[in-house]
Design a protein around this ligand. Structure first.
Ligand code: ADP
Ligand code: MG
Length: 698
């Protein structure tokens, strides 16, 4: 209901935006339950749409109802009794004009027995089954028919709910929501016409109360025009907010880091390899961004081993040429230390001091490092989460780089940026990730970022051969590892992932290590796991890199970033427990040299269906993009992105895997609305994102 009272003046545009009523007069416990469903405004009730429907608009003759069909029937109780075999059951026989049916209730109260006395008229909704004694329904939804009880004239919605909140209560609240909100059209007529969309009000009313003759299937598959409208709206809100976010970033200020070239040129000349075309392009794109007076927010994305680190080094040097510091944060100490060695190797010859910050430093070492960062002697600082701790202060941070960005939470990424900010000035930010983003994701959840892609591997890599081997052929695997190591190669042995218990995972790793040590008395077998002190971890990795260890038993801590080119064999135990992207990342640790590499995925039979599907994909393809696409398809965007970490509100109705046409349409519509209909943009965002519009993407 739109009244003058609930319109407020929007200062910027001078346009009337309806004020959405709050959730008034609802008890606190109910409010809490609603909040669990994402409902915090009255309008959210309107946007809380059914997951399915029940058809109570029609009554079927019992005789005509087919087995397996969910239908409503109506009849008179002819007999009600409690049977005790096989367990206490209320058995109630019901008869209509042409047939009879048995209703069975396994959980019931005495009052129900009474209410279902012979002669009572009842309506049942449930699945009909042809049992031994004829048609029956087990635990149908039933109601007693008293007097003249008309059939409803719309399908009955079933809403997603949460423990303690009944369908009835939710239904009533939603009805109220529908009545008290202004459901005015948020989209301009031109947009509705271009994309052939029905009206908003009409669509939500339809979805809450569909008329009787609608095909349940079309509703269930969500391709009814009303569903398409809702999904379009949702995607449009996402597009609009991403674009506004993008624009807003351009209004902030960052140091314009000119392309001076002294240091970058020197790095170029000293490189032991030739950059790939994809690397050169990424370096170019980043250099262009850095020279702008507003903060870069770019994602550098490239499959494992595609050579992202050197690209980061060019960016670092551009900052340093302009007398600004750079920082690189990595998720594990192993990886951070590896970066530290690489960067000192590249930068020290150019006269650049690199500082190292990690949890494992002694107090004294830490103080020295902190001081050199604060005073600007160290122009590059590399570390783990230690970089965002309180004591760290930068002299003048111009560029923050986050490696394996998906391993960090939103707040950690933000913390580094805030740390490096000075009044009115923000550092540029480069995020790196080896998890490729499928196109639909980059069009949706990542639409506010600039993305550089390295889609080409450095030359000279031989493709990895992947083998699937059942656990009972362990002896063959062991022989293979021995042969490889004796021939001077190195191998990883990855222990099973045990998600439920870190302690158990550690135990397994220790056991595996001791078993393999006895199995291979002639080899040097090392062990690395997450519980090892950082110093020990680093020592093991160094020994492996230098070839002192031939076989490295490891937990999934080696999943990200580790680079030991001579390692060309990997055994992964219980590969069926791991996710697609994880397997791909692990496998990416080999195939880094010119040696033919082999990855053996050991699995335990019997394989579940999902596990079988995953292993098949990893076996068949080594293309990170394809694997990411499949991973997204199997797990959905919430899991794929790590909803908690992405900081982006998830889509509730649209599915980016199947609604690609709507996604494209929403993208076009967003562009047009921002240009031609700014007032509709406000209204639309208010309706769909409300207070959630200011999400963090950092
Ligand atoms: P990732 O993209 O997984 O972070 P890295 O940056 O660790 O990959 O690079 C993997 C390996 O490839 C490193 O040993 C690196 O020195 C090497 N490398 C990077 N670029 C090239 C290139 N253009 N030619 C040859 N080797 C390269
Ligand atoms: Mg890397």
């Amino acid at each position: 209901m739109s009244t003058a009272a609930n319109q407020r003046e929007n200062k910027k545009s001078g346009i009337k935006i309806p004020d959405h009523p709050a959730l008034a007069g609802i008890s606190k416990p109910t409010l809490e339950k609603l909040a669990r469903l994402g409902i915090s405004r009255s309008l959210d009730l309107v946007l809380h749409l059914p997951i399915r429907y029940e058809d109570e608009t029609r009554v079927y003759p019992i005789k005509e109802a087919l087995s397996g069909q969910t239908v409503q029937v109506e009849g008179v109780v002819v007999n009600t009794e409690i049977q005790y075999r096989p367990r206490r059951t209320l058995v109630c026989q019901i008869e209509d004009a042409g047939g009879t049916l048995v209703m069975r209730l396994l959980n019931f109260y005495g009052s129900q027995v009474k209410a279902l006395a012979p002669g009572t008229k009842v309506r049942l909704l449930g699945e009909i089954r042809q049992g031994f004694f004829g048609a029956e329904m087990v635990h149908p939804k039933y109601r007693i028919v008293r007097g003249d009880m008309p059939l409803p004239n719309s399908l009955t919605p079933v809403y997603p709910t949460t423990a303690g909140l009944s369908q009835d209560t939710l239904c009533k609240l939603i009805k109220r929501g529908l009545a008290e909100n202004d459901l005015a059209e948020s989209l301009p007529r031109q947009i509705l016409q271009t994309f052939k969309l029905p009206g908003f009000k009409e669509s939500v009313l339809f979805l809450h109360q569909p008329p009787p003759r609608v095909k349940l299937q079309q509703l269930a598959e969500r391709d009814h025009p009303a569903w398409r409208r809702v999904k379009f709206d949702e995607l449009l809100a996402q597009q609009l907010s991403m674009r506004l976010h993008y624009r807003e970033r351009r209004s902030r200020v960052a140091p314009a880091l000119s392309r001076l070239g002294q240091l970058t040129q020197a790095l170029h000349e000293g490189l032991p390899f030739v950059l790939t075309a994809a690397q050169r392009k990424a370096i170019e794109e980043i250099a262009g961004d850095l020279s702008q007076p507003y903060p870069m927010q770019r994602l550098l994305q490239g499959d494992v081993g595609s050579g992202k680190t050197i690209v980061a080094a060019f960016a670092v040097l551009q900052a340093i040429e302009n007398s600004y510091q750079a920082a690189i944060m990595a998720p594990t100490e192993i990886l951070a230390e590896q970066h530290y060695h690489k960067f000192t190797g590249w930068l020290e010859p150019l006269g650049v001091d690199v500082a190292w910050l990690a949890g494992s430093l002694s107090k004294k070492q830490k103080q020295v490092a902190l001081k050199s960062v604060l005073q600007g002697e160290a122009m590059l600082v590399i570390g783990t989460h230690a970089l965002i701790q309180e004591q760290v202060e930068f002299h003048k941070l111009g560029l923050a780089i986050i490696d394996e960005q998906h391993r960090f939470g939103v707040h950690q990424r933000l913390a580094l940026r805030i740390k490096g900010s000075r009044p009115g000035l923000q550092p540029h930010q480069l995020m790196m990730s080896a998890t490729p983003i499928p196109r639909t994701l980059s069009m949706s959840y990542y639409a506010d970022l600039d993305v550089s892609v390295i889609d080409e591997m450095p030359p000279g890599r031989t493709p990895i051969t992947t083998k699937l081997v059942a656990d009972n052929r362990r002896a063959e695997v062991i022989a293979r590892v021995r042969d490889a190591c004796v021939a001077g190669k190195q191998a990883y042995w990855v222990c099973p992932l045990i998600e439920e218990s870190e302690a158990l995972q550690l135990k397994t790793a220790l056991e595996t290590h001791s078993v393999l040590k006895t199995t291979f008395p002639e080899l040097k077998v090392g062990l690395v796991h997450g519980r090892l002190a950082s110093r020990e971890k680093a020592a093991v990795m160094r020994a492996f890199l230098q070839g002192e260890i031939q076989l490295l038993v490891a937990t999934t801590v080696i999943e990200v970033g580790v680079d030991v080119p001579n390692a060309s064999l990997m055994v992964i135990e219980n590969a069926e427990r791991m996710g697609l992207s994880q397997l791909h990342q692990l496998r990416g640790r080999i195939g880094r040299g010119s040696e033919q590499s082999v990855c053996i995925l050991m699995y335990q039979n019997p394989l579940g269906e999902a596990a079988r599907a995953r292993l098949k994909i990893v076996f068949e393809t080594s293309d990170g993009f394809e694997i990411a696409r499949q991973d997204l398809r199997l797990r959905g965007p919430g899991e794929f992105l790590g909803a908690r970490q992405s900081g982006v509100p998830m889509l509730r109705f649209a599915d980016i895997n199947t609604d690609i046409d709507l996604l494209e349409a929403a993208r076009n519509a967003a562009e047009r609305m921002l240009k031609e209909f700014p007032q509709s943009v406000e209204l639309h965002l208010q309706r769909w994102l409300g207070g959630r519009k200011d999400y963090l993407r950092v």
